[in-house]
Ligand binder design. Sequence first.
Ligand code: Z5A
Ligand code: MG
Length: 202
Amino acid sequence: EDNRVESRGALVVLEGLDRSGKSSQCSRLVSFLERQGISAELWRFPDRSTNVGQMISAYLANTSQLDDRTIHLLFSANRWEKRSLMETKLTTGTTLIVDRYSYSGVAFSSAKGLDLEWCKAPEIGLLAPDVVIYLDISPEKAADRGGYGGERYEKLEFQKKVAESYKVLYDASWKVVDAFQSIEDVEKELQDIVLDNPITSL
Ligand code: Z5A
Ligand code: MG
């Protein structure tokens, strides 16, 4: 029996440092929801498949150089170009599990020293998440996981600054999960958080 209070889908955002386990957990969460009979899709930002996304990807790979504000606005534009499709999905009942969103945009750019309010401004009007889950891990422990690629931000010193920026953005409504647990323990906590939400609870 389906007792969900609303028929729309939920917008669930996972945030956290590089290597915190977002991508692993997003796909596990989508599979879990599908097993519960809940329509769910995995989304991620940056979405490198669009023209804007390809510019972002080249920047991250260090094959192009862009001014800090220019790349900030491209990350934001990459969310804006997906806004209407996201809205359609949500209103037609699909829950979106999103791997990084506006908080990444603000955390990474403000970690470079850009003004916080300037960083937030282009995000105004994007769809507000129903749930924000922060996968909490220290930059050192995340780096120990290895596999830092050669992308622009994948350096311990910068990740420490990003961790400080996330602390500034932290809001009491966020669900903070200890990401240094086993993959399975983190997975279980995320399932409980999502099922506890009125939009996705059965
Ligand atoms: N960025 C930005 O600046 N502005 C924006 O607006 C947005 C993003 C949206 C690319 O993003 C960069 O863009 C990113 C932020 C910036 N730069 N950095 N840093 P991305 O999402 O493409 O970044 P990523 O490279 O996909 O992050 P990641 O390295 O994939 O991390 P993850 O998704 O959080 O982790 P994972 O891939 O799930 O796991 C990492 C490894 O750890 C892997 O080997 C797992 O098997 C392992 N793992 C995962 N969980 C565990 C546990 N619990 N225990 C042990 N090992 C684990
Ligand atoms: Mg990832």
